[in-house]
Design a protein around this ligand. Structure first.
Ligand code: MTE
Length: 320
């Protein structure tokens, strides 16, 4: 999601892909190691700041398991993250997100609803049995993982708030606290994302509190995030503090930064390339190998049966 355009960079400065991959992998493992040591040392000094990952009880396993792909090892899913509030490199969130205080936490539901309310994370966790769903998760940067996410359909929470008929879109706002986060310049914080109402109500859209049977690690967006498996990963907002029901398409962080690169819909679509790279294939980060398999990307990330009908009649090249 770098914003510098190719045209700014002379071709002599562009690193050959092989060199980049090799360098990136070695740099990543060194930094992940340093990050883990730094985080452990810091946690020892300030254990009250972050809620440690805890086992989730009463998990109901559902039939969303992706049978043709192995599950990404948890240490990979928790050390290769995008969470720009904590820095721009993949290892920054694991190194820095321990500073975020995730308890107590409250989520405000506001806007076009009959029952606006503020709920604590514990109220939200206890509201329904927590399901485990193994989803494919595809980043716009053309890598993907396979992750068991734990939560329940967002629609369960939406129904509690009783949206008005005028509510057409849902906006998610993440925490933006300069005391706990780096909040790099260039992004208008808080991070915000949005879905059309039918997308938010789709049974695949998961209000997520955990992964691998444990509460989310801070770098994954603890204590509450959204997972929208048929869309690029940036639609899945982390550490959300507000859900707002609105009548017009809401602004979203990446669309505001680069509207020609990141559309509101951002459905995984191998037929519509990002202006700077192809979306036809992805690096499958589901092993610890430094040579990930490259596989073809599937339309709607393979969830077409459950979601394609929501886009019937739309031109997905225009509404990308
Ligand atoms: N949510 C917030 N608040 N801030 C972010 O920077 N990054 C997005 C999304 N949600 C992001 C966010 C992007 S670009 C991706 S790919 C996914 O989170 C990454 O989720 P993961 O780190 O759990 O793989």
């Amino acid at each position: 999601m770098l914003l510098r355009t190719r045209s700014d960079i002379p071709s002599s400065e562009i690193t050959p892909k092989e060199t980049f991959e090799a360098y990136k992998c070695s740099r990543r493992s060194v930094m992940a190691g340093l990050g883990a040591i730094g985080a452990a040392a810091a946690m020892a000094g300030m254990p009250e700041l972050a809620r440690a990952e805890a086992k989730l009880t009463n998990l109901v396993t559902t039939n969303y398991t992706v049978s043709d792909r192995a599950t990404t090892p948890p240490e990979k899913a928790k050390s290769y993250n995008n969470f720009y509030e904590f820095g721009e490199s993949k290892s920054d969130p694991a190194a820095n997100a321990w500073k975020m205080k995730t308890a107590p936490w409250s989520l405000k539901i506001e806007g076009l609803v009959k029952k606006p309310q503020t709920l604590s994370s514990d109220q939200i966790f206890g509201f329904k049995p927590i399901e485990q769903r193994v989803y494919r998760f595809r980043c716009v940067e053309a890598w993907s993982m396979v992750i068991p996410w734990d939560g329940y359909p967002l629609s369960n929470l939406i129904n509690v708030a009783e949206p008005l008929p005028s509510a057409k879109f849902v906006q998610f706002l993440s925490l933006a606290d300069p005391k706990e986060m780096e909040l790099p310049a260039g992004i208008d914080w808080p991070y915000t994302e949005g879905l059309r109402m039918d997308e938010a109500m789709n049974p695949l859209t998961l209000l997520t509190f955990g992964s691998y049977g444990e509460t989310l690690a801070n770098q994954q967006g603890a204590p509450i995030r959204v997972i929208v498996p048929w869309k690029y990963g940036f639609k899945s907002a982390k550490s959300i503090v507000k859900i707002r029901f609105v009548d017009k398409m809401p602004p979203t962080t990446w669309n505001e930064l680069a509207p020609n690169e990141y559309g509101f819909y951002s459905n995984v679509n191998p037929n519509v390339d990002h202006p700077r790279w192809s979306q036809a294939h992805e690096r499958l980060l589901n092993t610890n190998s430094i040579f990930p398999k490259i596989v073809p990307t599937l339309m709607f990330n393979g969830y077409g049966d459950q979601v394609a009908s929501m886009y019937a009649g739309m031109d997905l090249k225009k509404d990308f």
